[in-house]
Design a protein. Structure first.
Length: 190
């Protein structure tokens, strides 16, 4: 069985140029503080708050670089807290107006958008790795994790791109349910 490194993705936001201008001011540039495992991706210094009519969550990190559309990625627990029902969606799909409605608040302004999703659990890999492991773009597979609370995740989406680095991404709810700790790996089951 093929082993895949697992990373836990906390709630975060991707922003488009237009919305970054509203939230932080015209022409504002994101300040990278940490490179992420996927090439060219980084955590920025900038954080925002999201709110709904029911509640709010602060300190949501913006991940760069800028995207074509703004998208907020949260967990099911966050959704309960906010009183919304976001779709489970491919995180790179940038659902635009297909997500749950939230207000995003920055230091210079705020925007209301239907852009909140729960990211579909997925594996990033390059075309060479996909060929090596006989995996296809959009395929749904299972991954067994032997953490503190062993679990098999089903419907794990395969995402292939030249820039991708071989990692499985779970949100914090999924990782916590399985007791996943640093340097965790899963076994791919086809």
């Amino acid at each position: 069985m093929t082993k895949v490194p697992i990373e836990v993705s906390a709630r975060h936001i991707h922003v488009c140029r237009e919305d970054l201008d509203i939230l932080f001011g015209q022409g504002y540039k994101l300040k990278p503080i940490k490179d992420l495992s996927q090439k060219g991706q980084y955590a920025s210094e900038e954080i925002v708050k999201i709110k709904t009519g029911k509640n709010e969550i602060g300190d949501i990190r913006i991940l760069g670089p800028e995207r074509k559309l703004t998208q907020v990625e949260i967990t099911k627990s966050d959704a309960y807290l906010l009183g919304i029902n976001p779709p489970i969606a491919e995180c790179s799909s940038c659902v635009g107006e297909g997500g749950a409605e939230v207000t995003i608040m920055g230091p210079k302004g705020e925007i209301k958008k239907q852009c909140a999703i729960i990211a579909h659990r997925h594996i990033h890999l390059s075309p060479d790795e996909a060929e090596k492991y006989s995996l296809k773009e959009g395929e749904l597979i299972s991954v067994k994790v032997n953490g503190l609370r062993p679990v098999t995740f089903h419907d794990v989406l395969i995402r292939i791109d030249e820039s991708f680095v071989f990692h499985m991404h779970l949100d914090t709810d999924e990782a916590n349910a399985a007791g996943i700790q640093k340097a965790a790996e899963g076994k791919i089951i086809k």
